[in-house]
Write a protein that binds this ligand. Structure first.
Ligand code: NAD
Ligand code: UFG
Length: 340
C-alpha cells in the first residue's frame, strides 16, 4: 500500500474548499470515503458551499501561524491547494495583491507541510501557463510561455516553486493539475459556480443572461483563425475535474507517483468554440441565448485544447460527462440560485 497511513483519523486538508472547484472536490472526496478539513477565508468562496460533513476553519492561509495551528490540531496526510485569487483582469490592476496572496499561500503551505511532516500536495495550476501554444493540442511537454497577466504568472511561479522545492525535499510529493476551462455544476444543484458581481467567465455570464439578470451576452470576437471565427477552449466538467483530484491524491498516498514533482493536463481533449458552446447550450436546455458579436477581449488567446494522454494513462482518469449534460447542469444550478 505504498506510504499510505491506514488510519481512519488521517484527513485531507482542502485549502479554498468553499470555492467553485474546491467545493466540488470536497463532495467527491467525501463520496470516496475521505475525511476532509477545509480552510477558506470566504473572500470569493461561500459558506453554503462547505460540505456539511467537512470540518471548516475560516481563515487566511497567507497567515502562516493560523495555517500552522490547523496543521498542529488536525492529523493531515495530504493537502489540496485551491486557495488563490483568480480574476485575470483584476490581477492586472492589483498585481501586488495577486503575487502576495497566491505566492505567500503556496510558500506557507509547503513550509507548514514540511514542519508538520505532511508529504503530499496537489496544486491547482492552469493551461494559462501555455499561453497561445504554437502546436495544438498541448501536451505537458509543450513549452510554457511568458504569462499574459500577473495571475497567469503566479501559476507559472508556483509551479517553479514546487519544482525547486521537490528537488531538495525528496520525501515530499507535489503534483500540479493544469486545468483547462472548468464549467458546470454538481448534478444535485446543491453547489455550483457563484461569482461575485458581474461574471468574467463565459458560462456564468451566459446562464445569467438566459435567466434575465444580464440583458445580453457579448461574444468577444468572431474574426479569429478558427472554423467559425470565435475562440476555442477545452471546457471540462467541474465534477470530472473534481474526480481528477481524488485520483491525484490517491496516486500520491499510494506512492504511485513517478517523480516527486509531477504535472498533468486536465481537460477533455476536445476544442469547442464560443459559438459552438452557445449552440450546444441551446440544444441541451431548449433555451435561447441572446448574444451579440463584439470586438475581441484584450489578452484572450485564439485557441487551446489539451492532449490528455498523460492524465489518461498515468492517473487512469478521463473526462466523462458529455458537454450537453455539463451545460444542462450549469443551467439547473442557475435556476436553483434564482429560487434561493
Ligand atoms: P474560487 O475563487 O471559487 O475558489 C478559491 C477559493 O479560495 C475561494 O473560496 C476563496 O475564498 C479562497 N481563498 C483565496 N485566497 C485565500 C487565502 N489566502 N486563504 C484562504 N482562502 C483563500 O476559484 P476556483 O475557480 O474554485 O479556483 C480554484 C483554483 O483553481 C484557483 O487556484 C484557481 O486559480 C485555479 N484555476 C481555476 C480555473 C477556473 O477557470 N475556475 C482555471 C484554472 C485554474
Ligand atoms: N467570452 C465571451 N464573452 C464573455 C466571456 C467570455 O465571448 O462574456 C469568451 C472569451 O473570449 C473566451 C471564452 O469565452 O474565448 C472563455 O472565456 P472565459 O473568461 O470563460 O475563460 P478564459 O479561457 O478566458 O480564462 C480561463 C480562466 C482563467 C485562466 C484561463 C487560461 O478563467 O483563470 O482560462 O486559459 F487563466
Amino acid at each position: 500500500q505504498g506510504h499510505r497511513k491506514e488510519s481512519k483519523t488521517m484527513k485531507i486538508l482542502v485549502l479554498g474548499g468553499a470555492g467553485y472547484i474546491g467545493s466540488h472536490t470536497v463532495y467527491e472526496l467525501i463520496d470516496a470515503g475521505e475525511e476532509v478539513v477545509i480552510i477558506d477565508n470566504l473572500e470569493t468562496g461561500h459558506a453554503e458551499a462547505v460540505h456539511p460533513d467537512a470540518k471548516f476553519y475560516k481563515g487566511d492561509i497567507s497567515d502562516k501561524s493560523f495555517l500552522n495551528e490547523v496543521f498542529q490540531k488536525e492529523n493531515i496526510e495530504a493537502v489540496i491547494h485551491f486557495a488563490a485569487l483568480k480574476a485575470v483582469g483584476e490581477s492586472v490592476q492589483k498585481p501586488l495583491e495577486y503575487y502576495r496572496n497566491n505566492l505567500n499561500s503556496l510558500m506557507n503551505v509547503i513550509a507548514g507541510m514540511r514542519e508538520f511532516g505532511v508529504k503530499n500536495l496537489v496544486f491547482s495550476s492552469s493551461c494559462t501557463v501555455y499561453g497561445q501554444a504554437d502546436v495544438l493540442p498541448v501536451t505537458e511537454q509543450t513549452p510554457r510561455k511568458q504569462a499574459e497577466s500577473p495571475y497567469g504568472n503566479t501559476k507559472a511561479m508556483c509551479e517553479d516553486i514546487m519544482r525547486d522545492f521537490a528537488k531538495v525535499e525528496s520525501g515530499m510529493n507535489l503534483l500540479a493539475l493544469r486545468y483547462f476551462n472548468p464549467i458546470g455544476a454538481h448534478p444535485s444543484a446543491l453547489i455550483g459556480e457563484l461569482p461575485n458581481g458581474v461574471p468574467n467567465n463565459l458560462i456564468p455570464f451566459l446562464t445569467q443572461t438566459v435567466a434575465g439578470i444580464r440583458p445580453q451576452l457579448s461574444v468577444f470576437g468572431d474574426d479569429y483563425n478558427t472554423p467559425d471565427g470565435s475562440p476555442i477552449r477545452d471546457y471540462i466538467d467541474v465534477v470530472d475535474l473534481a474526480k481528477a483530484h481524488v485520483v491525484a491524491i490517491r496516486r500520491l498516498l499510494d506512492g504511485k507517483n513517478k517523480a516527486n514533482y509531477e504535472y498533468f493536463n486536465i481537460g477533455t481533449g476536445n476544442g469547442l468554440s464560443v459559438l459552438g458552446l452557445i449552440k450546444a447550450f441551446e440544444k441541451a436546455t431548449g433555451e435561447k441565448v441572446n448574444y451579440k458579436i463584439v470586438g475581441r477581449r484584450a489578452g484572450d488567446i485564439e485557441k487551446v485544447w489539451a492532449d490528455t494522454t498523460l492524465a489518461n494513462q498515468e492517473l487512469g482518469w478521463k473526462a466523462e460527462v458529455p458537454i450537453e449534460e455539463t451545460l444542462a447542469n450549469a443551467w439547473k444550478w442557475q435556476q436553483a440560485l434564482m429560487k434561493k
